[in-house]
Design a protein around this ligand. Structure first.
Ligand code: ATP
Length: 373
């Protein structure tokens, strides 16, 4: 185990293609950090540079304080597991897992103990005598993981290890990765383009976009305080409602107006929106934070916004309601209570809890933050 540190790392491929730029990250010893972002944003390139399969164009990568520049992949003590990792087809599962240990000339009895231990942790002990061709995709994924873990590398790099698995298997293997990580305390970097996987498994999550880090934080930090519209959309399972509006001065305070949606903003927001009076701004609010305060068609209560139900969709315990407010349409996640009576055409009143509002600059997509100092 060791801490992993990347300092202003960049990778440019011929073209030039700027795959990674100014990437700085510290992964503490034994931590599990998830790297998430859309296809082509540079996630795999970051892992390949750590593993030594690509040389950075700029910057420094260190593992356990040791600069990895010029160190061959096999001497880095880093294990990488790819999506659809090939196993040795002619070896049974036990020998596949033991392969790296045999290369390192570990005593036989010790190898047998370690293989058994890791196979039990990943629930593949009954498969030890089988050949890879006889295994399911999920079982092969666990064998690849076991093989990487068996030799206790200093760092474990997982590149979309759950891709191509059905959702149920993804959940199960994801849970096993989390459990094994907790038991083995391996410094781990997990790459995924599924935000839910990143938010569920990562103790910290790095959101990447076009080769750069957009935000690093705990899942809660990304969900509660997204640094940009991009992160806000990536850090929750359902799309955040984004309303383009304008700020108006109202006495000492500010008022947000987007067509029929008018909100007086409380003090904490005034600080973050200082100097933006009269300017356009994007308001973000998650579907689970809009409250349906009156679902019976009664006149809107004071401070609430009247709207009309357009569509209702019931999915198990959740009810998703599309509500039109003037020219805007919002998605609301309504709790089971009360949502049963909702029907298209019905009048409703909405409340926007002001501590759940996010504001973004329409030009840059960056969150409006309180001025520093
Ligand atoms: P995905 O989720 O689709 O795997 P990713 O986020 O892992 O994507 P990378 O594979 O790191 O993205 O690629 C980042 C960028 O670098 C892409 O534009 C890709 O086309 C480019 N790239 C990657 N490897 C090479 C290479 N060997 N030569 C040229 N360009 C490359």
């Amino acid at each position: 185990m060791a801490s992993l540190s990347l300092d202003r790392v960049a990778k440019t491929f011929p073209g030039p293609i700027r795959a990674v730029e100014g990437f700085s990250l510290d992964v503490e010893d034994g931590a599990l950090v998830a790297l998430v972002g859309p296809s082509g944003c540079g996630k795999t390139t970051v892992l390949r540079m750590i593993a030594g399969l690509e040389a950075p164009s700029r910057g420094r990568i260190a593992l356990g304080g040791r600069d990895l520049a010029g160190v061959a992949p096999r001497d880095r003590d880093v294990a990488m597991v790819f999506e659809n990792q090939a196993l040795y087809p002619h070896l049974d599962v036990e020998r596949n897992i033991a392969f790296g240990l045999r290369l390192r000339k570990m005593p036989r009895a010790q190898i047998a103990r370690r293989v058994q231990e890791i196979a039990e942790r990943l629930d593949i002990a009954p498969l030890l005598a089988r050949r890879p061709a006889t295994l399911s995709a999920g079982q092969r994924g666990r064998v690849a993981l076991a093989r990487a873990l068996a030799r206790r590398p200093k760092a474990l790099l997982l590149d979309e290890p759950l891709a191509n698995l059905d959702p149920r298997l993804r959940d199960r293997l994801g849970e096993q990765i989390r459990r094994v990580h907790a038991e083995e305390r391996l410094t781990t970097l997990l790459v995924t383009h599924h935000h839910d996987e990143a938010m569920r498994l990562g103790q910290r999550v790095v959101v990447m976009r076009q080769g750069r880090i957009e935000q690093v934080g705990t899942p809660d930090e990304l969900y509660d305080h997204p640094a940009s519209q991009f992160v806000a959309e990536l850090s929750a399972p359902t799309a955040i409602n984004l309303l383009v509006g304008r700020l108006e001065q109202r006495g000492d305070g500010l008022r947000f107006r987007a067509d029929a949606i008018v909100l007086d903003l409380p003090a904490p927001q005034l600080e973050c929106l200082a100097d933006r009076s009269g300017q356009p701004v994007v308001l973000g609010i998650r579907p689970e934070h809009v409250a349906l305060v009156s679902a019976g068609g009664s006149p809107a209560e004071r401070g609430t916004i009247p709207g009309r139900v357009e569509h209702v969709e019931r999915l198990g315990p959740d009810t998703w309601v599309r509500v039109r407010v003037g020219a805007q349409c919002l998605t609301i996640r309504a709790g089971p209570a009360g949502s049963r009576q909702l029907a298209p055409g019905q009048g409703v009143a909405l409340a926007f809890p002001t501590d759940r509002l996010h504001f973004f600059d329409p030009a840059t997509g960056k969150a409006c933050r309180p001025p520093v100092g």
